[in-house]
Design a protein around this ligand. Structure first.
Ligand code: NOJ
Length: 523
C-alpha cells in the first residue's frame, strides 16, 4: 500500500447536514458535490462520510437496513458514485463508515431471523432464552438502555445489542456473517472508495465470564478481514473506531505478520486536551502520552477534537469525568451518556484564541488529524435537540435563508440561530476568521514534514502551564510551545539560539515570555 494516509488530513462529513440540492430540507450527495471545493480549500486530503446507507435513522444511520443501497434522502447509488468521482477529481479520497457490529432491526436478515427459528438468518444474530448471559458487559447507551438484551415477541427470545435495542448485534461466531460483511466491503470498494472507518469493533464477539470487549476472537476476525482486503484491495485503508485505553488499542494495529488496521483513533488523548486547557496544566497530556505504546511501522494514530457523537469521557477516571462535566457541561442537557454533547467553539467559550490553541495543539501531535464539519467556522450546537443531533445541524454557508443550506421551509433540524454571523461566506473575507485560521494551520502544517509524520519528544519547560514538545524528522526539527494558562508565562527554550515561529513568521530568543494562551511552532 502507498501509505498516503500518513501525510493526510481528514474531514468528517455528514451528508444530511451539508447541502440540500432537492429542496426537501435534507442534505444529499448532489448537494455535497457543490461543496467539495470548500473542503478542498481547507487543505483536507480525505473525507470520511458518516453512514449513507438505507436506514430507519434511529441512530443517525448507524442502524443499517440495506448495506448495498443509499438512503433515499441522500440520493441514489449513481449520486454516490458521482460524489466519489467529483471528490477524486479534486484529489480528495473518500472513506465510508462500515457498521459491522450490528444491523437495524429493519434489516431483512433480522426480519427473517425473528420470524423463523429455522431460518438460516436466525444464527446471524445472538439469542437467549433468559437474557441473563454476559452479565459483566457494560451498557454503552446508558441514558436510554437498561440492558444489552431485549425480548423480541415475534422471535420469542431475547436478542443481544450493545447499542439501541433497534440495533441487534450480528453473530460473528457464524462464518456466514463474515462472508456477508466481506461482500459488503467488496461492493463499495469495487465502486472505488478508498477505505472504511470501521464502527464499534471491540464488540464483535461475546464470551461468558468476560466483559465481551477486545476478545481474542475479535482480533482473529479482524486479521481475517485485513487478509481479505490486502489480497483483493491492497490500497484500502482501514480505520478502527475502538473507544479504549492505549494498551487495549495497540492490538488493533496487529503485527507485521497479522496486521489489522492501519489507523486507530486515539480516544484517550482527546478529553485530556480539553482537560489540560481548562486546568491550565499539561500533566494529563504528558501522562497519557507516556502510557501510549509505540505502534507498528506503517500504522498511525488518528487524532480528533470533536466528532458526531458526544465528547466521550469514557477514557478518564470518574473524578476527572465529574470535573469535566462541571467545567464543560454546566447545563444538565449538555451531558449525555458518559460525555458532553457540545461543539468545539462553545466548549472553548467561543474564544478564538482558545479555539486556536487547542486546534494547533491537536494538529501538532503525532497522528493523522481529522476535523469535524462545521468546526472550521466555529459552529455552535443546539442542546435542545435530542440525542447527539445538536452537533449535527446544517452547515452554515452564508447569511441567506437557512444559511444557504436549503431552500425548504422545513429542515431536518433547524439551523443554529447565529448563522448570520457565523458562516463560510462571512469568514472568507476576514483573514483572522476561524475559517482562515484553519486554513493557515493546515497550510503551515503541510509545509513541515516533521509535524506531519516526525518523531515526538516532550521538552521540559519547568512550568506545568507550558506544554512543549519537539517533532523531528531527518535534519528538520520543530519545537511546539503552548501556554495553557490565561496569564503570561516566561520559559527558557531548550537550545540557546534564535527561533523563528512558522505560524506568525516572527523571531524569538530562547528565553521567551509567552502571552496568555500563546501558540508557537518554532524552527
Ligand atoms: C459509534 C458511532 O460513532 C455512533 O454514532 C453510533 O451510535 C455507535 N457507534 C453505534 O453504531
Amino acid at each position: 500500500m502507498s501509505e498516503w494516509y500518513h501525510d493526510s488530513v481528514f474531514y468528517e462529513l455528514y451528508i444530511r447536514a451539508y447541502q440540500d440540492s432537492t429542496g426537501n430540507g435534507r442534505g444529499d450527495f448532489r448537494g455535497a458535490i457543490e461543496r467539495l471545493d470548500h473542503i478542498k480549500s481547507l487543505g483536507v486530503d480525505c473525507i470520511w462520510i458518516m453512514p449513507h446507507y438505507a436506514s430507519p435513522l434511529l441512530d443517525g444511520g448507524y442502524d443499517i437496513s440495506d448495506y448495498r443501497d443509499v438512503h433515499p434522502d441522500f440520493g441514489t447509488l449513481d449520486d454516490f458514485k458521482a460524489f466519489l468521482d467529483a471528490a477524486h477529481a479534486r484529489g480528495l479520497r473518500v472513506v465510508t463508515d462500515l457498521v459491522m457490529n450490528h444491523t437495524s432491526d429493519q434489516h431483512p436478515w433480522f426480519q427473517a431471523a425473528r420470524q423463523d427459528k429455522d431460518s438460516p438468518y436466525r444464527d446471524y444474530y445472538v439469542w437467549s432464552d433468559t437474557g441473563t448471559e454476559y452479565a459483566e458487559t457494560r451498557i454503552i447507551f446508558l441514558d436510554v438502555e437498561a440492558s444489552n438484551w431485549s425480548y423480541d415477541d415475534v422471535a420469542g427470545q431475547y436478542f443481544w445489542h450493545r447499542f439501541y435495542s433497534s440495533q441487534p448485534d450480528l453473530n460473528y461466531d457464524n462464518p456466514k456473517v463474515h462472508e456477508e460483511m466481506f461482500d459488503v466491503m467488496r461492493f463499495w470498494l469495487d465502486m472505488g472508495i478508498d477505505g472504511f472507518r470501521v464502527d464499534a469493533i471491540p464488540y464483535l464477539y461475546e464470551r461468558e465470564g468476560t466483559n465481551c470487549e477486545n476478545l481474542p476472537e475479535t482480533h482473529l476476525f479482524l486479521q481475517k478481514m485485513r487478509r481479505m482486503v490486502d489480497a483483493e484491495y491492497p490500497e484500502c485503508l482501514l480505520i478502527a473506531e475502538a473507544n479504549m485505553w492505549p494498551e487495549e488499542l495497540l492490538p488493533y494495529f496487529g503485527t507485521a505478520e497479522n496486521p489489522e488496521f492501519q489507523i486507530c483513533f486515539h480516544f484517550p488523548i482527546m478529553p485530556r486536551l480539553y482537560q489540560a486547557l481548562r486546568a491550565q496544566d499539561k500533566t494529563a497530556i504528558e501522562e497519557i502520552w507516556a502510557r501510549t505504546p509505540d505502534i507498528p511501522e506503517g500504522t498511525s494514530w488518528m487524532t480528533f477534537l470533536r466528532n458526531h457523537d458526544e465528547l466521550t469521557l469514557e477514557m478518564v477516571t470518574p473524578e476527572v469525568r465529574q470535573w469535566m462535566w462541571e467545567q464543560y457541561a454546566p447545563e444538565p442537557r449538555m451531558k449525555q451518556n458518559m460525555g458532553i454533547r457540545r461543539r468545539l467553539a462553545p466548549l472553548m467559550d467561543n474564544n478564538k484564541q482558545k479555539w486556536f490553541l487547542i486546534n494547533a495543539l491537536f494538529l501538532s501531535l503525532p497522528g493523522v488529524p481529522i476535523l469535524y464539519y462545521g468546526d472550521e467556522i466555529g459552529m455552535s450546537d443546539n442542546i435542545w435537540l435530542p440525542d447527539r443531533h445538536g452537533v449535527r445541524t446544517p452547515m452554515q454557508w452564508d447569511a441567506s435563508k437557512n444559511a444557504g443550506f436549503s431552500d425548504a421551509d422545513e429542515l431536518y433540524f433547524p439551523v443554529i440561530e447565529n448563522y448570520r454571523e457565523v458562516n463560510v461566506a462571512a469568514q472568507e473575507k476576514d483573514p483572522t476568521s476561524y475559517l482562515n485560521l484553519t486554513r493557515r494551520l493546515l497550510q503551515v502544517r503541510s509545509e513541515q514534514p516533521a509535524l506531519r509524520h516526525g518523531g515526538f519528544a516532550f521538552v521540559e519547560t519547568g512550568n506545568t502551564a507550558v506544554l512543549a514538545f519537539r517533532r523531528f524528522i531527518d535534519e528538520q526539527s520543530i519545537l511546539c510551545v503552548f501556554n495553557l494558562s490565561d496569564e503570561e508565562q516566561v520559559v527558557m527554550l531548550d537550545e540557546k539560539r534564535p527561533y523563528r515561529d512558522v505560524l506568525s513568521n516572527e523571531n524569538a530568543t530562547f528565553d521567551i515570555s509567552l502571552a496568555p494562551r500563546a501558540v508557537h511552532w518554532f524552527i
